[in-house]
Ligand binder design. Structure first.
Ligand SMILES: Cc1ncc(C[n+]2csc(CCOP(=O)(O)OP(=O)(O)O)c2C)c(N)n1
Ligand code: SF4
Ligand SMILES: [Mg+2]
Length: 480
């Protein structure tokens, strides 16, 4: 697409051809999804349709996916509802009653055992019951709402979970806000990485950046897959090495927008040295960290952002060392735009990413991300404060409380120090955690310094220079 393209670019223009397969959670094509208009085969659900989320409300589908699956799969049978065939990693909304208290959790289908309880939205059951009544009383009795139903959920027992051979297409949906959808047999969830992907695509559309003028670099991790799904240049690099490669990309072609991204393990653990040194350079680029407190791809070990004393479901014991504070680290390293977003709020995340891209200098956006597979501590429900005596979000937006982290006079060292101190102070706030821009300062970039030494680079990026026809003789003479 050329810069002068007459059409307005939309989020669709930034989607790649590849199917989106984070957490290979997918279901068989004959599964029916509860939609606003009734129930629809998953193969017939389209972008923009409204489907029921596990919260009992309707939400818009933002992406439909399918791919060929040639491996064993689970057939789960649920009391009253029947069967569903799904991949073993697909997360199902479950409930357990512990000490008389109901505890809700997303659990991989492969781990379900007979007697486990699924939490099924009452709204979905009521809809099925109405549908059944229209075709005969016998079926209506089969899906009658049991007495254990409360306002939101009915708890239904798992009757069987078989592993069966499978060779065929499987399907999945990405759903706005909740990242979940309800089938006729269970409520299923997708990963928070989708929210960040959508946030990036929305930001690119907001800024109307041509896909051929954007390059996304990633490290290794679940998050590392992101560039594959974005219609732009992409480079999936090595674990922890995304920043040096992105730096090279930006310096080689100063005519493109560079977005680097990766996990919290990738950036704050193995890549921590690069994280510090990239900040002090103030190169003009954006770095997005998918902060899910775990090493998602390698099955959920504690990442550097998990605090002392915390224990997620795949840890045998509590963490005995403290977590790092990425915002404070970024302040110390010299990033000139430092912000935090939340993956399950893609519109807000998109606004923050757009501001980070527009900022001239190194921008860090730490995106709090749920990992429903391995992080059972910082879940969507935890961020919403659903467990508090009075439900109250554990997040707040800095700008809504009058905070302004922008340095007005970048030549005033005292103002810089004061704004950095304020950002660090906010970064230690817990419950609620601040989202938004912590710190912003317009300072000379690395490119500004390079242009002073090589003025030609200002007008012509290195990638566009004819490096083969350069006369190096004077250089050789100078070195004699
Ligand atoms: C040099 C090297 N060390 C270790 C690994 C194994 N490894 C792959 S991904 C990963 C951690 C991923 O966690 P994170 O960066 O937080 O990304 P997430 O999967 O959570 O998005 C590790 C340790 C590797 N690929 N390369
Ligand atoms: S971050 Fe967690 S939920 Fe997302 S793909 Fe990785 S393991 Fe699955
Ligand atoms: Mg991680």
């Amino acid at each position: 697409m050329s810069v002068s393209a007459p059409v307005k670019l939309t989020i669709k223009d930034y989607k790649s051809e590849l199917h989106n397969d984070w957490c290979p959670g997918c279901i068989a094509p004959d599964s029916r999804i509860i939609t606003r208009s009734g129930s629809t085969l998953i193969v017939d659900v389209e972008d923009g349709d409204e489907v029921l989320g596990h919260d009992g409300a309707y939400h818009r589908v933002t992406e439909v996916m399918s791919h060929w699956h040639d491996a064993p799969i689970q057939r789960v049978t649920v009391q009253f509802l029947g069967e569903i065939v799904l991949t073993d990693d697909h997360l199902v909304w479950c409930a357990a009653v512990i000490d008389g208290r109901r505890v809700m959790d997303w659990r991989p289908a492969g781990e379900l055992r007979p007697g486990d309880l699924l939490a099924y939205p009452t709204a979905a059951l009521a809809r099925q019951q109405r549908a059944a009544e229209s075709v005969g009383a016998g079926l209506a009795a089969r899906v009658a709402i049991p007495e254990s139903a409360d306002e939101e959920y009915v708890l239904l027992g798992v009757e069987g979970n078989e592993r069966i051979d499978y060779s065929g297409f499987v399907h999945n949906l990405e759903v706005e806000d909740v990242h979940s959808y309800v089938t006729e047999v269970g409520a299923l969830h997708n990963c928070g990485d989708f929210g960040i992907l959508t946030g990036i695509q929305m930001a690119l559309a907001k800024l109307q950046l041509d896909p051929d003028k954007v390059a996304c670099f990633s490290g290794i991790g679940c998050s590392g897959k992101t560039p594959h799904y974005i219609n732009a240049y992409g480079f999936h690099t090595l674990h922890g090495r995304v920043l040096p490669v992105a730096t090279g990309g930006r310096l080689a072609n100063t005519g493109i927008t560079v977005i680097a991204l990766g996990g919290d393990g990738d950036g704050y653990g193995i890549g921590a040295g690069y994280f510090v040194n990239t900040g002090r350079r103030n190169l003009d680029f954006t770095y997005l960290v998918h902060n899910n407190n775990v090493y998602g791809l390698t099955k959920g070990q504690a990442s550097p952002t998990l605090s002392k004393g915390k224990q997620t479901k795949s840890m045998p014991e509590q963490a005995i060392q403290d977590g790092i504070n990425p915002i404070a680290m970024a302040v110390a390293a010299g990033y000139t735009f430092i912000a935090r977003a939340y993956a399950l709020e893609p519109k807000y995340t998109a606004d923050i990413i757009a501001r980070a891209i527009q900022h001239k200098g190194s921008a860090l956006v730490d995106v709090l991300q749920t990992c429903p597979t391995y992080n059972d501590l910082y879940t969507k429900e935890w961020y919403e404060g659903a467990d508090l005596a009075e439900k109250k979000s554990r997040l707040y937006k800095l700008e809504e409380r009058g905070y302004d982290g922008k340095v007005q006079d970048p030549t005033d060292v005292q103002e810089i120090v004061a704004k950095k101190a304020a950002a660090v102070a906010r970064s230690y706030e817990r419950e609620p955690i601040p989202l938004g821009v912590y710190y912003e300062a317009a300072l000379p970039t690395y490119e500004d310094e390079i242009y002073k030494r090589i003025p030609a680079m200002k007008d012509t990026p290195l990638a566009e220079m004819d490096t083969f026809k350069r006369d190096v003789q004077p250089l050789l003479e100078a070195m004699r």
